[in-house]
Design a protein around this ligand. Structure first.
Ligand code: NDP
Length: 487
C-alpha cells in the first residue's frame, strides 16, 4: 500500500488527479448563419460563398463570402474615398480617440472574441485578446506624435493599405496590421485567412460600436484569390502580408516595379538553444511554450531545440515527462494546452513531415494521449536523433513537433542555429549575461529571447531576416511602413 492510499483511508485525498472538465460557455457568442463583406461601413451581400467549419468538431459554423475581384474593387474604392474624405487629414489626436475606443471595446468584449477565436481558450483569453487590445492602445499613443517619432521628416500616410493575414492568430494579426495603419492616417482593406474569418467579422461590429467613419476599415473574406486581387489592385498603395514564404515570394515578384510599399512576415525555423548552465526546469517550460503554444502554429516557434551535449539526457528526460502532462482536446476547456490543428490540409502537411522524419532515421516520441475522434488533431511530438539535413530540421512544420539537435561549443550552436534559410527568432538559455549578448550578436534572427520564449509586446518590433521576410511590426519601427517621408 502506498503512502497516498494509506492517507486516503483516513482523509479524503483523491486517488485520481484527472482534471474535471472546465468548459467555457459558448452562449456569449451569437453567430449569424451567413456573413457578407464589410465595405464602406455596410454589409455587402457576397456573390460567391463558402462554408467555414470548426477544426475541433468539423461542424459547419457559418456561410462566408468569397470576395470576387469586383467586390475587392468596391472595398478599395470605399477605402480610397474614406482616405480622401477626411481620415487622412484628421488630426492625430482625433484618430487616436478611435483607436483608444477600439482598444477599450476589445477589452470589454474580450470573452466573446476569445471564445470565437476557436483556439485553446486559455491562450486566446490570456494572450491573443490582451495583446490585440494592447496593440490598439499602443498605436493610439503614437497617432498624434508622428512628428516626434520622425523629426524633420514630415511623415504622411501612405494611402490605402491592403492587408492579408494568416490563420494562426486571427484577431491578433488583424490588430498588428490595422492599429499602426490607422494611427498613421491610412485606410485599410483586410483579408483574414479563409479558415479563420469569424473574429475579423465580429471585429466589424467593434468598429461600428466605436463609430469609426465608414470605409476606414473594410474587411473582405475569401481564399488566396481574394488576397491576390488585393495585391493586384492598382489603387492599393501598400501591401502588408503575413503567411507562407512561398506566397510571400510570389507577392514580391508580383509587386516588383509597381511602386507599392511592401512588408512580408513569413515563416521561420527558430533555434531554441539550451546551454548546460541554464536553469533546467525553467528551460523545459520555455521549450514547451516555444513549440506547443498555439499547437505550434507560430511563425517564430522554437521548432529546433539545440541542446548542449552534456545536459542532453537529463533535459530530454524532463521534457518527455513534461509532455505527458500536456492536455490535448476541446479548445473551449480551460485546462486544454493543445487544441485542434487549423485545417485538414495543415494536418496532412504535419503528418507528411513527421513521416519524413521517421523515414530519415529520427526517433519519435509522443506521450500517451487520447485524441478526439472528430476534428483535426495531432499529439505533441518530439524527435531526437535528428541530423541537420533532415526535412524536420529544415522545413517549417507549423505544428506541435519539435526536433532536438545537440552542440558542444557556443560557436557550434551559432553555426547550427543560423543554418537555415529563415531568420525570424531564436532563444538562448544560460545563466551568463555575457553569453546571451555574445549569442544575440551572432544569431541571424529578428528576435532573440533570453531565458524566455514567445514573449510579445506591442512596443517591441518583430520581423525577420532572409526568407522570413522584411519590415518590422510593432514598436516605433512598425509605424514606418505606413508612412511616406519628404526626403
Ligand atoms: P498562405 O501563405 O497561403 O496564407 C496566408 C494568407 O495569404 C491567407 O490569408 C491566404 O488566403 C492568403 N493567400 C494565399 N495565396 C495568396 C496569393 N496568391 N496572394 C495573396 N494572398 C494569398 O499560408 P497557408 O495558410 O497556405 O499555410 C501554408 C504554410 O505557410 C503553413 O503550413 C506554414 O508553414 C506557413 N504559414 C506561416 C505563417 C506565418 O505566420 N509566418 C502563417 C500561416 C502559414 P487563404 O487563407 O485563403 O489561403
Amino acid at each position: 500500500m502506498t503512502d497516498l492510499e494509506r492517507k486516503h483511508d483516513r482523509a479524503p485525498v483523491p486517488r485520481d488527479w484527472t482534471y474535471a472538465p472546465a468548459p467555457e460557455s459558448r452562449e456569449i457568442v451569437r453567430l449569424d448563419e451567413r456573413y457578407g463583406h464589410f465595405v464602406g461601413g455596410e454589409w455587402l451581400e457576397p456573390a460567391e460563398t463558402y462554408e467555414t467549419i470548426s477544426p475541433a468538431s468539423e461542424e459547419t459554423l457559418a456561410t462566408i463570402g468569397q470576395a470576387t475581384r469586383e467586390e475587392v474593387d468596391r472595398a478599395v474604392g470605399a477605402a480610397r474615398s474614406a482616405f480622401a474624405d477626411g481620415w487622412s487629414s484628421l488630426p492625430g489626436s482625433e484618430r487616436a480617440k478611435y483607436l483608444f475606443r477600439i482598444a477599450r471595446i476589445l477589452q470589454e468584449r474580450s470573452r466573446e472574441l476569445a471564445v470565437l477565436d476557436g483556439k485553446p481558450i486559455k491562450e486566446s483569453r490570456d494572450v491573443d485578446l490582451p495583446l490585440a487590445a494592447a496593440h490598439f492602445f499602443y498605436y493610439a499613443g503614437w497617432a498624434d506624435k508622428l512628428e516626434y517619432a520622425f523629426p524633420n521628416r514630415a511623415p504622411r500616410p501612405v494611402g490605402v493599405a491592403g492587408q492579408i493575414i494568416p490563420w494562426n492568430f486571427p484577431l491578433l494579426m488583424l490588430a498588428w496590421k490595422i492599429a499602426p495603419a490607422l494611427a498613421c492616417g491610412n485606410t485599410v482593406v483586410l483579408k483574414p485567412a479563409e479558415t479563420t474569418p469569424l473574429t475579423a467579422l465580429l471585429f466589424c461590429d467593434v468598429l461600428r460600436q466605436a463609430e469609426l467613419p465608414a470605409g476606414v476599415v473594410n474587411i473582405v473574406t475569401g481564399d488566396g484569390r481574394t488576397g491576390a486581387a488585393i495585391v493586384d489592385h492598382a489603387d492599393v498603395d501598400k501591401i502588408a502580408f503575413t503567411g507562407s514564404t512561398e506566397v510571400g515570394k510570389a507577392i514580391q515578384r508580383q509587386l516588383a516595379g509597381s511602386g507599392k510599399k511592401l512588408t512580408l512576415e513569413l515563416g521561420g525555423k527558430a533555434a531554441n538553444i539550451v546551454f548546460d548552465d541554464c536553469a533546467l526546469d525553467q528551460a523545459v517550460e520555455g521549450i514547451v511554450n516555444g513549440i506547443y503554444f498555439n499547437q505550434g502554429h507560430v511563425c517564430c516557434a522554437g521548432s529546433r531545440l539545440l541542446v548542449q551535449e552534456s545536459i542532453y539526457e537529463p533535459l530530454v528526460e524532463k521534457l518527455k515527462r513534461r509532455l505527458e502532462t500536456l492536455r490535448v482536446g476541446d479548445p473551449l476547456d480551460k485546462n486544454t494546452d493543445v487544441g485542434a490543428i487549423n485545417s485538414r490540409m495543415q494536418l496532412e502537411k504535419i503528418q507528411e513531415l513527421v513521416a519524413a522524419g521517421e523515414e530519415e532515421g529520427a526517433e519519435i516520441y509522443q506521450p500517451p494521449c487520447r485524441l478526439p475522434e472528430k476534428g483535426y488533431w495531432f499529439a505533441p511530438t518530439v524527435f531526437t536523433n535528428v541530423a541537420q539535413s533532415y526535412r524536420i530540421a529544415q522545413e517549417e512544420i507549423f505544428g506541435p513537433v519539435l526536433s532536438v539537435l545537440t552542440f558542444r561549443t557556443p560557436e557550434e550552436a551559432v553555426e547550427k542555429a543560423n543554418n537555415t534559410p529563415y531568420g525570424l527568432s531564436a532563444g538562448v538559455w544560460t545563466e551568463k549575461g555575457s553569453r546571451i549578448l555574445w549569442m544575440a550578436q551572432r544569431l541571424r534572427a529578428g528576435v532573440v529571447w533570453a531565458n524566455t520564449f514567445n514573449r510579445f509586446d506591442p512596443s517591441s518590433p518583430f520581423g525577420g531576416y532572409k526568407e522570413s521576410g522584411f519590415g518590422r511590426e510593432g514598436g516605433l519601427h512598425g509605424l514606418e511602413p505606413y508612412l511616406r517621408f519628404d526626403e
